[in-house]
Ligand binder design. Structure first.
Ligand code: AMP
Length: 632
């Protein structure tokens, strides 16, 4: 048995011994009494009795060894700002913010809602919040007032921290108006709104409620605020994520389990070393931002790069320039970003010295083989796909390089991570399926440390949504399809809730997309199932050509469509062949890069497009409509 297989087996067979060892990776103010309390399944309580603090582990405990080393490296290509904070400086800032929060009445267990762009102040506010035992809820800066209001009403924050504006591709995105609208829409009213003024946009202040953050911070310039030691299972944050219903779910995270899970993942999955530098291109509004911009790297004693900007401004080499300049060791991004870069000159990948970089990690959506090959060959570095969810907080499936250099397989994020008992089930019968058979990816409880403890304020919804979806089983459903090969590698085949059914055959839109995107002329594609009187559903594809000039006239489009259909026929069989392939310049996506398949599907079926608050580029929808209206 390989080293990793033994490691994984032990994590499941002797979870208490395994996780007790991992728990030594973080500081405890009071020792853990019991590693796992699984007496009330499916709830798992990790490290009960132990007292710790996320901010202490991310900041204070590094002061003796690395006070003057970089902790937070801020790069904004939007405002042309670069600033590095050492651990000592980060500590000072966080103490000031903690003092401000306390002075405004924030207490242990209170919620602090953070609605901010990618600026250091957002991270100070997060760390300050957990320092004093408050619970933060970061809401992605791109959400508009309706989404924000729903979250305000669910989390009921005492304080909201925000800023005048974000900036995207050089365009100011004002926040304050949206925030005021959201507060007006919400039935819960925060006591105070702390505003960071970047000088980008007007921020009308409501007297008594709204406060200028810098002025508040100045009043607590030399403040020292002790960490509040929380019992391991006390919540650290709430992060909202969408499900199949319109109502977002507040994923609740604990404190000790999360600290240990992240520290362990930095070591075993990412191979990160204290003193190194980590660059995740995500946003603090998403789970990757929480785990691998803020807490993971800092807990590991690494500097974290906080980036505001796009991958292609001022040019497509910006990320590689950052790697060279700050000697980044580990980079984390998403396949969409790589596909954006794929449209740029490949020479840009070679312009900078990338010798410090150990590996590029990609997650959040399926990594198609052509993109994986393009970037790994272009960079000459290992590209590590990893699969997880907001709910789990850290990878479920990966190739944990810190334990053993397992070979990568294109199209697969890897094997089950330690601590996860990943299984595949038949969706209808609930029977466990063996290797090489498609099933619902599920995790047998207890979930390992770091995963969601519950849905904020709604234990019942947590149990019903996640644990009762596989017939006859009480296992955690990921709502993804997957398949496992004989080597234990999983392949993720799309969401169970995006399944399409063509003439009684169930197909993953993801499988068809992968097939189409293996066509050399295609940069990206979305496949949706739409209602069909004869077959129940048919698949329709919307493709983005790598060279828009190649699909300008009808004859070119017809030829390319023909090639694609043949390709799908040959790879998957005629059953999976889309009824049409339309060409568009851009696909509708959320700002985090997820394809809005349901929206495309709705447009195709002549329905309302639904909630579009997270859409990256609304004109993409018009392109879908136009494509549908064009015969060829
Ligand atoms: P989120 O909670 O927004 O991170 O979305 C989680 C979902 O994204 C998963 O349930 C998968 O459908 C998808 N996902 C995340 N990572 C991967 C990956 N590496 N490969 C395939 N799908 C992924």
């Amino acid at each position: 048995m390989s080293t990793y297989r033994q490691f994984h087996a032990r994590s499941l067979q002797q979870p208490e011994a395994f996780w007790r060892e991992q728990s030594a990776l973080v500081d405890w103010q009071e020792p853990v009494q019991r590693v796992l309390d699984a007496s009330r399944p499916p709830f798992a309580r990790w490290f009960t009795g132990g007292r710790t603090n996320l901010c202490h582990n991310a900041v204070d405990r590094h002061l003796p060894a690395r006070a003057d080393q970089p902790a937070l490296i801020y790069v904004s290509t939007e405002t042309k700002t670069e600033k590095t904070y050492t651990f000592a400086e980060l500590h000072r800032e966080v103490n000031r913010y903690a003092a401000v929060l306390k002075a405004l009445g924030t207490e242990r267990g209170d919620r602090v809602l953070i609605y901010m762009p990618m600026i250091p102040e957002a991270i100070f506010a997060m760390l300050a919040s957990v320092r004093i035992g408050a619970i933060h809820s970061v809401v992605f800066g791109g959400f508009a007032s309706h989404s924000l209001a729903t979250r305000i009403d669910d989390a009921r924050p005492r304080i909201i921290v925000s800023a005048d504006a974000g900036s995207r591709s050089g365009k100011t995105v004002p926040y304050k108006g949206l925030l005021d609208q959201a507060i007006a829409l919400a039935s819960h009213a925060p006591e105070h709104v702390l505003m960071v003024d970047r000088g980008l946009a007007p921020m009308p202040m409501t007297p008594g409620r709204d406060l200028d953050c810098a002025a508040q911070v100045r009043q607590h310039w030399d403040a020292k605020v002790d960490c509040v030691w929380l019992e391991s299972n006390e919540p650290s944050y709430i992060l909202y994520t969408s499900g199949t219903t319109g109502r977002p779910k507040g994923v609740q995270r604990d404190t000790g389990g999360y600290a240990v899970a992240l520290a362990a993942s930095m070591k075993h999955v990412f191979g990160g070393e204290a003193g190194g530098t980590y660059f995740s291109t995500s946003d603090i509004g998403w789970v990757v931002g929480h785990s691998y911009i803020v807490y993971g790297p800092l807990i590991a004693g690494m500097a974290t790069v906080v980036y505001e900007g796009t991958p292609i401004r001022p040019d497509g080499a910006i990320w590689w320039r950052i790697i060279e300049q700050y000697r980044v060791n580990i980079m984390f991004s998403a396949p969409t970003a790589i596909r954006v870069l794929k449209k740029q000159d490949p020479a840009l990948l070679r312009r900078h010295d990338l010798s410090s970089l150990q590996a590029l990690f990609l997650a959040g959506e399926p990594l198609d083989e052509p993109t994986a090959r393009w970037i790994s060959e272009g960079l000459g570095k290992p590209v590590v796909d990893n699969y997880w969810q907001t709910e789990t907080g850290w990878p479920i499936i990966a190739t944990p390089r810190g334990v053993e250099a397992l070979p990568a397989k294109f199209g697969s994020p890897g094997v089950a991570c330690y601590g996860y008992d990943v299984r595949l089930y038949d969706e209808i019968t609930g029977a466990e399926v063996g290797n090489n058979t498609k099933g619902v990816v599920a995790i047998a409880g207890p979930l390992p440390p770091g995963c969601m403890s519950t849905i904020w304020g709604d234990d019942e919804r947590f149990v019903n949504t996640y644990w009762h979806s596989v017939p006859g089983r009480s296992v955690y459903s990921t709502f993804d399809w997957g398949i496992r090969d004989d080597d234990g590698y999983f392949f993720i085949l799309g969401r169970t809730d995006d399944v399409i059914n063509v003439a009684g055959h169930r197909l993953g839109t993801r499988e068809i997309e992968e097939s189409i995107s293996s066509h050399a002329g295609i940069a990206e594609v979305a496949v949706v199932g739409i209602a069909d009187a004869l077959k129940g559903q048919v698949a329709i594809a919307f493709a983005v050509a790598r060279d828009p000039g190649a699909v300008t006239d009808a004859a070119q489009r017809a030829a390319m469509e023909g090639e694609i259909l043949k390709l799908v026929d040959s790879q998957l069989g005629a059953v999976a062949r889309p009824s049409r392939v339309h060409f568009v310049g851009v696909l509708p996506k959320t700002r985090s890069g997820k394809l809005l398949r349901r929206t495309i599907q709705a447009i195709c079926e002549g329905r309302e497009a639904g909630d579009l608050t997270t859409i990256e580029d609304a004109s993409a929808l018009d392109q879908i409509r136009q494509a549908l209206a064009t015969k060829v």
